[in-house]
Design a protein around this ligand. Structure first.
Ligand SMILES: Nc1ncnc2c1ncn2[C@@H]1O[C@H](COP(=O)(O)OP(=O)(O)OP(=O)(O)O)[C@@H](O)[C@H]1O
Ligand SMILES: [Mg+2]
Length: 269
């Protein structure tokens, strides 16, 4: 594989200078990789995606993207910021943060138009993405009136319509019905097969092996507790249990109730 697209060295970040969110993160990402961040609530997954997206900058440590150190000065350069935004797309965990136009249609074309795509090309992309996501019936509706799953679908469409090389996806399947979730996973995998880099934060362990070759487990103290091949990490029940990723489950078999750790690697039958 090629040169690293992201290099993070000893990244620390606190919100408002007093709420630690990342404490000493080192990682390297190469073009075309499939990576997942997993970990307990509050372990720093979304913050790490925001750092990779250049929305916030570390308090200390260095993040390089495409060989350049990311900081506010670099993003104040119009050329850099627009080429970075074309290359890197973030799906926010909360779709309400992402959708702000009066209609779904306007939200979907907003990103491409902002990035200098012609009206004709933006409309062509809108048609394609509408068909792919089967959201024709939502186009003229107000995003804030949609169900949570519909909002997530529209937010994913508005991220993909920009056609970024690197997709940062924060909980892409949360709140989606099983068939829609399946469809989104297939779209993500297909994008990776075409060479796109995919970095996903998720609690959905049963999708991790499909959407990631490498997994980072973030710990409650906002560090990387472990990383490695997804198949190996997901097989380590003790490690997953330590990081709130499996729970004790109660099953009734005939008249007996069994209690055992449950990983949610597969759906319940
Ligand atoms: N806007 C904010 N202001 C203050 N603290 C914040 C803010 N956003 C996140 N934090 C804190 O930063 C830490 C990391 O939060 P983050 O949202 O990155 O976690 P997460 O792993 O994505 O959690 P979840 O699984 O719930 O999505 C948490 O302790 C959280 O309380
Ligand atoms: Mg999060």
């Amino acid at each position: 594989m090629s040169e690293p697209i992201f290099e993070l060295k000893n990244i620390h970040y606190s919100y408002l200078g007093k709420y630690p969110a990342l404490c000493g993160i080192d990682m390297t990402v190469k073009q075309g990789e499939k990576i997942a961040f997993i970990g307990a609530n509050g372990s720093g997954k979304s913050t790490l995606l925001r750092i990779l997206d250049g929305l916030i900058f570390p308090d200390s440590g260095v993040i390089k993207a495409f060989g350049k150190e990311l900081n506010e000065d670099l993003f104040s350069l119009e050329d850099f910021s627009s080429s970075f935004r074309k290359k890197v797309g973030l799906l926010f965990q909360n779709p309400d943060v992402q959708l702000f136009c009066p209609t779904v249609k306007e939200d979907i074309v907003f990103g491409p138009l902002q990035l200098g795509v012609s009206r004709q090309e933006a409309d062509k992309r809108l048609d394609e993405i509408t068909t792919l996501f089967n959201i024709n019936d939502l186009l003229n509706r107000a995003p804030h009136q949609l169900s949570i799953g519909e909002k997530r679908k529209v937010a994913i469409a508005s991220t993909l319509v920009i056609d970024p090389d690197i997709l940062l996806l924060d909980e892409p399947t949360a709140g989606l019905d099983p068939q829609t979730a399946r469809q989104i996973i297939d779209i993500i995998i297909e994008a990776n097969e075409k060479g796109k880099t995919i970095i996903t934060a998720t609690h959905d362990l049963h999708i991790v092996e499909e959407i990631a070759d490498t997994v980072y487990i973030l710990s409650r103290d906002k560090k990387i507790a472990s990383f490695g091949a997804s198949r190996e990490l997901l097989a380590d029940t003790a490690l997953l249990q330590n990081h709130n990723l499996v729970h004790i489950h109660r099953h009734r078999h005939k008249d007996e109730i069994h209690i055992h750790p449950h990983q949610h690697l597969e759906h319940h039958l």
